[in-house]
Write a protein that binds this ligand. Structure first.
Ligand code: APR
Ligand code: ZN
Length: 248
């Protein structure tokens, strides 16, 4: 890792007035959750069409088999890693004001981060598609899929956003507001390919923010808006960035 670049990025972060983080699947890879794209990516094993909203309603059992495998087998026992913990500590120190995440694995909250905008919802809650009743994952009997609502026998769906589904209004509003206020954005582990989520760092840049990017590979951000490209694994880079800012 380029020591000089880390220290330059740390200086900008230390002097920031309103720094935020924007995270993608890459920040959770070292917690054991595979990314969606790239080598061994989830979409190289499963057809993303199974997580399209109309497919889900037409083929609930097929969709639920993929949901079970992906989100409840993987996420169930994943723990936050050093990168999630670094962001939580930056927030405790008042340096990071909020996190906009595309992830639905709850690992930012598990790491102690408090202001987290979940652009694609969260896999920790399920909802009846008919009457709107909420269910915790423990309610689901994964041997009897698809799960049906106890109140109205409607089809139960995880509360994360399927392709073709609207972004949660509050998450969208809060994210755009944070992006407009930000003078520094730390972008961690995202290809920048999925809109409208990936628009957030671009909105910040348009409003004069400096972009610090942490990724093992270049992304749609790197050669367009990134000011400091810190190449490497999220856990290693975030540990070094935290040390460069606080010396601890
Ligand atoms: N450290 C940092 N970055 C990493 C690491 C790591 N250890 N491992 C992988 N990455 C990077 C990859 O280089 C890539 O840029 O993380 C990114 C993973 O790409 P995606 O899985 O496409 O993640 P993301 O861009 O967040 O996908 C956005 O796509 O399918 C939808 O809803 C899904 O939220 C997801 C969205
Ligand atoms: Zn119901």
């Amino acid at each position: 890792m380029d020591e000089i670049l880390i220290h330059k990025a740390a200086d900008v972060l230390r002097r920031s007035r309103y720094a935020i983080a924007f995270t993608g699947a890459g920040i959770s890879v070292e917690s054991g959750i595979p990314p969606f794209r790239g080598e061994n990516g989830i979409w190289s094993k499963y057809d993303p069409a199974t997580l399209e909203l109309d497919f889900f309603h037409r083929n609930p059992l097929e969709s639920w088999k993929v949901i079970k495998e992906l989100f409840y087998m993987y996420f169930g026992n994943a723990e936050p890693n050093t990168a999630h913990i670094a962001l939580s500590r930056f927030e405790q120190k008042g340096l990071i004001k909020s996190i906009i995440t595309q992830n639905i694995d709850d690992l930012h909250q598990k790491a102690g981060s408090r202001t987290v905008y979940e652009f694609h919802g969260n896999s920790k809650k399920l909802v009846c598609t008919k009457c709107g009743a909420d269910y915790p994952p423990v309610y689901i009997d994964f041997d009897h899929l698809p799960p049906l609502c106890g109140a109205c026998s409607g089809l139960i769906k995880p509360d994360f956003i399927f392709f073709g589904e609207n972004i949660p209004f509050d998450a969208y509003q809060n994210s755009v507001e944070a992006a407009k206020k930000a003078d520094v954005v730390i972008v961690i582990g995202s290809t920048g390919e999925v809109m409208p989520a990936a628009q957030m760092p671009f909105i910040a840049k348009q409003n004069g923010a400096s972009i610090i990017e942490v990724n093992t590979e270049t992304s749609k951000f790197t050669h367009s808006i990134t000011d400091f490209y810190l190449e490497g694994k999220a856990t290693e880079v975030m540990k070094q960035l935290y040390f460069a800012v606080y010396g601890e």
